[in-house]
Design a protein around this ligand. Structure first.
Ligand SMILES: Nc1ncnc2c1ncn2[C@@H]1O[C@H](COP(=O)(O)OP(=O)(O)O)[C@@H](O)[C@H]1O
Ligand SMILES: [Mg+2]
Length: 255
């Protein structure tokens, strides 16, 4: 099986700061792949490089083994790169329905709808119901998006991305600001995305509990460089990783 996402020696510099230094790793379809590292390590920069907000200075990025290094951001979204942001981004003063429909428009453009959630082309409401069963809250369609609590907006942002039927979903710190119950619900939702629909998930998260719980594979970066790669058990006792986290207990949740 080919990786759904592959970075090959990706470099990105901001003035004197090397935010990505020769970064190589790949994500398989249906895999939840953790991307961790201390603050300022270059995690969000990598997501911006993958989604096309930044173009690498050198190196290449492949989606399904197609070189997308120079493809503009909006095209990458259509090609199947979904993302959520550290702080949820929604259309302000708009209903929940309008905000979620932003997702399906994209999906319809690409004609993914038929092949993805159901062979007969299940409709938007059915898809949404299916995803929402992982999140323990209900809402009124016409409610203003800002009527939802912060944690609920963060959860809904993942649902919105899933409604675009991405091949790979970039999820930046979904647990920040969520309570334990909400974190469990998000983990169930991400597992569903990966295992039922084969979406590759690249997950940035400070909560080590979450990372160690749901990631099959983890890449650790520090000052833009990959310092370790492997499964949770390997990463949690890796000397370089423990050093990078200043000896913090990797088993302890730190957000
Ligand atoms: N647009 C930018 N302009 C200048 N410097 C940036 C920019 N984006 C990120 N950086 C720098 O790149 C480094 C990595 O940042 P970032 O990717 O946000 O780290 P992380 O998400 O791991 O906390 C930091 O030193 C940051 O200041
Ligand atoms: Mg960041």
């Amino acid at each position: 099986m080919n990786p759904i996402l592959r970075l090959d020696k990706v470099c990105k510099r901001f003035g004197g700061v090397i935010a990505a230094d020769d970064v190589t790793f790949s994500v398989m379809p249906g895999e939840i792949h953790g991307l961790i590292g201390p603050n300022g390590a270059g995690k969000s920069t990598l997501m911006n490089l993958i989604s096309g907000i930044y173009i690498p200075d050198s190196g290449s990025i492949f989606l399904d083994e197609k070189d997308i290094s120079n493809v503009p951001s909006h095209m990458r979204a259509r090609m199947g790169i979904g993302r959520t942001f550290q702080t949820p981004r929604f259309l302000q003063r708009s209903s929940i329905r309008d905000n979620l429909l932003l997702g399906t428009d994209l999906a319809n453009q690409m004609g993914y709808l038929k092949s993805y959630f159901g062979k007969k082309g299940s409709n938007f409401e059915e898809e949404l119901d299916r995803l929402m069963k992982y999140l323990d809250f209900t809402f009124d369609w016409e409610e203003d998006i800002n009527g939802l609590a912060y944690g609920q907006r963060k959860q809904l942002e993942i649902v919105r991305s899933m409604l675009t039927h991405p091949k790979i979903m970039l999820v930046d710190e979904p647990a920040a600001g969520l309570n334990n119950k909400e974190i469990d619900d998000v983990m169930a939702l991400l597992n569903f995305a990966a295992k039922q629909f084969g979406i590759g998930v690249l997950l940035i998260e400070h909560s080590m509990d979450m990372i160690m719980n749901i990631c099959e594979d983890i890449v650790v970066i520090c000052f833009g460089k990959v310092i370790a790669m492997g499964g949770p058990s390997k990463i949690s006792c890796d000397e370089a990783v423990i050093e990078a986290y200043l000896g913090r207990d990797l088993d302890a949740s730190n957000s």
